[in-house]
Design a protein around this ligand. Sequence first.
Ligand code: ADP
Ligand code: ADP
Length: 226
Amino acid sequence: MLTVSNLQKTYGSGDQAVEAIRDLTLTVDKGEFVCIVGPSGAGKSTMLKCLCGLLQPSSGTVTLNGVPLNGPPKEIASVFQDYSRSLMPWFTVRRNVGLPLRNRHRSAADRAARVATALEAVGLTSFGGRYPWQLSGGMQQRVAIARGLAYAPEILLLDEPFASVDAQTRADLEDLILRVRDDTGVTMLLVTHDIDEAVYLADRVVVMSARPSVVLDTVEVDLPRP
Ligand code: ADP
Ligand code: ADP
């Protein structure tokens, strides 16, 4: 469904050039849960930004269902680490979840249905009328996940989504995201530097090398879910 072929991304040019990704090739099947692991600086965030159309690759191609990406694809949503800053404090949870749909000019009825389904998926149906600041960090992160689900039922990109919550909340969110995947069939691509988290969540783990300027090895390992 999603293919990345010989992706290369360099920031800046000349003396200032930083090669963040060299020759990355990856295929993600429909419904698959792929975790990308690798230490800081391996190019994980850069890759996600290329996938959601925030960054233009220097070379190589990304295709979705056989069609090359040309700008931000509406089938792909992303949830980034600093969720608390990405929620609008002056809008209700429901409005926050519906905002990207509003920007896409979905009808009010369609928006309401998608928002309700997404809030139900993350167990926040009764909190739709609250404001983000009235919720705990873990609940705010669930709102951010719901917003991604409401927006893009095909692929959800998650960049270190549980990095800023405590251990118990993190464990709850991991199980939540697995349940959401099983219930909805959404394809998940999650970036983490935590190998344990990757092994727990993924159908397949992709390892990115720490030294992209030297070589970028992509190793794919099939791991059973514990
Ligand atoms: P990761 O997410 O694995 O930590 P990144 O994709 O953030 O890795 O970064 C990969 C490399 O690209 C690093 O060397 C980083 O310093 C560099 N980099 C990331 N963003 C930029 C940017 N906007 N300008 C210049 N270099 C950048
Ligand atoms: P908006 O101004 O975008 O309608 P709201 O926060 O009022 O923002 O609602 C977000 C979405 O949820 C909208 O699509 C809206 O139609 C729908 N909605 C609003 N109130 C309710 C409700 N009580 N139950 C279910 N859906 C609702």
